[in-house]
Write a protein that binds this ligand. Structure first.
Ligand code: NZQ
Ligand code: ZN
Length: 385
């Protein structure tokens, strides 16, 4: 196992009706800014429950944080916090709202150009406002990690940043609040969580049986529960299991002490920034090709994955690996997420554009071995055409 630091201060409140516990976790004298998206929380009752729980407190609102939250929109929230002297942020929504809130938390007291937070991947953050989250979409893991991904529309740039000051103080996870998700977002969430596990598991062996078995357990649970979440959209237990899987997939636990890849995500971010695809759609396109192109350096883990996750034990090594990748791709399709560039009307020109942007953003030696050059990314995208 590799050396690691594991630090995660987020308090999780999980279960039905837990929004009512907000007054216990929001500091009594806080001047709160509640941030949310396009309005799903108004139609599904979440907004009303939050307001009732915080009755009598100072609460301002900022709405309109879009999927793939933009720097342009979030800077308006930063201005509001400064003007109204607010001191606690409450994100209510999916990963985009939580990520956007992390940026606002870091930008409010930032000296200098806040975009430099993204250029420095968050290393230059010196302080951040405290914040909590109420999660309505299981997918990103943002509710229990310190990462965020922000888009600057004017530059077609979608960049990640993180800092140890950016863990939510608490996150409330009520699986019943996910019943109103459109099927597309359920599928997206399961595929995103699956890809998060793969980015931390599908590398090379470092004798880490605990992390491996945690990862395999999460993958198998997503394979079992994901299709049920589509078929039985109001089954509480299914939603609860999917939600906890997505949180554990990216809260640092399975990634501690093992190599991590993330090349699929970095290429995916460029596809979203250029063409507006949903985050999970980009992962469903890139991941199968990534595994095929890099099957030699990932061979040992691919064989382990084939045997332990998909029970594939017959045939020669290459055949078992291909069968496991095919099962993965079929699973994404089963979740309603298409896996080819052509499914989204993207052609060879778009591959060139993605490669240019990867170059512009310094994404030229990705992956656990830093060997995913632009040439390798080209092969991956061509494999996914
Ligand atoms: O905006 P509203 O009206 O709330 O609607 C949202 C949005 O349109 C809707 N929605 C959310 N909860 C709902 C609901 N609709 C009905 N019922 C509910 N309960 O779903 C739509 C998508 O929401 P969004 O927050 O964009 O989705 P997701 O949670 O998948 O977040 C995606 C973003 O997270 C980033 C992605 O890059 C992308 O920008 N990621 C963040 C990560 C992190 N912080 O660790 C890691 C991930 O790899 C990912 O990159
Ligand atoms: Zn992701």
């Amino acid at each position: 196992m590799l050396d690691f630091d594991f630090y995660n201060p987020t308090h999780i409140l999980f279960g039905k009706g837990r929004i009512a516990d907000l007054p216990k976790v929001v500091p009594a004298n806080a001047r709160v800014l509640m941030l949310y998206g396009g309005g799903s929380i108004k139609s599904n009752g979440v907004y009303g429950e939050v307001m009732a729980a915080l009755a009598g407190r100072v609460v301002r609102e900022f709405s309109g944080i879009e999927p793939n939250p933009s720097y342009e929109t979030l800077m308006q929230a930063v201005e509001l916090v400064r003007k109204e002297k607010l001191d606690f942020l409450l994100a209510v929504g999916g990963g985009s709202v939580i990520d956007g809130t992390k940026f606002v938390a870091a930008a409010v007291h930032f000296e200098g150009d806040p975009w430099s937070i993204l250029e420095n991947r968050g290393r230059n953050i010196k302080q951040a406002l405290p914040f909590g989250a109420i999660l309505t979409l299981p997918a990103t893991g943002s509710e229990m990690n310190n990462g965020s991904v922000i888009t600057r529309k004017s530059l077609h740039a979608k960049l990640p940043f993180s800092n140890r000051l950016l863990f939510p103080a608490f996150s409330i996870l009520d699986p019943a609040k996910t019943f109103t998700l459109p099927a597309k977002q359920v599928g997206n969430g399961v595929v995103d969580a699956y890809a998060h596990v793969m980015e931390q598991y599908m590398t090379y062996p470092v004798n880490s049986p605990v992390q491996d078995r945690f990862a395999e357990g999460l993958l198998q649970t997503l394979i079992e529960e994901g299709p049920k979440a589509l078929a039985m959209p109001d089954d509480y237990d299914v939603r609860a299991n999917v939600m906890w899987c997505a949180t554990l997939a990216l809260n640092g636990l399975i990634g501690a002490g093992v190599p991590q890849d993330w090349a699929t995500h970095m290429i995916g971010h460029e596809l979203t920034a250029l063409y507006g695809l949903d985050h999970a759609q980009t992962l469903a396109i890139v991941l199968p090709g990534m595994l095929r192109v890099r099957k030699d350096s990932k061979r040992a883990k691919l064989l382990q994955y084939a045997a332990r996750v998909w029970n594939i034990t017959q045939g020669d090594d290459d055949a078992r690996i291909e069968e496991a990748i095919k099962h993965t791709q079929d699973f994404f399709e089963q979740m309603g997420v298409k896996t080819r560039l052509s499914d989204y009307r993207l052609d060879a020109q778009s591959i060139e554009a993605v490669l240019r942007q990867l170059g512009n953003h310094g994404m030229v030696s990705l992956g656990e071995q830093r060997d995913v050059t632009l040439d390798v990314s080209r092969k991956v995208l061509e494999m996914s055409a």
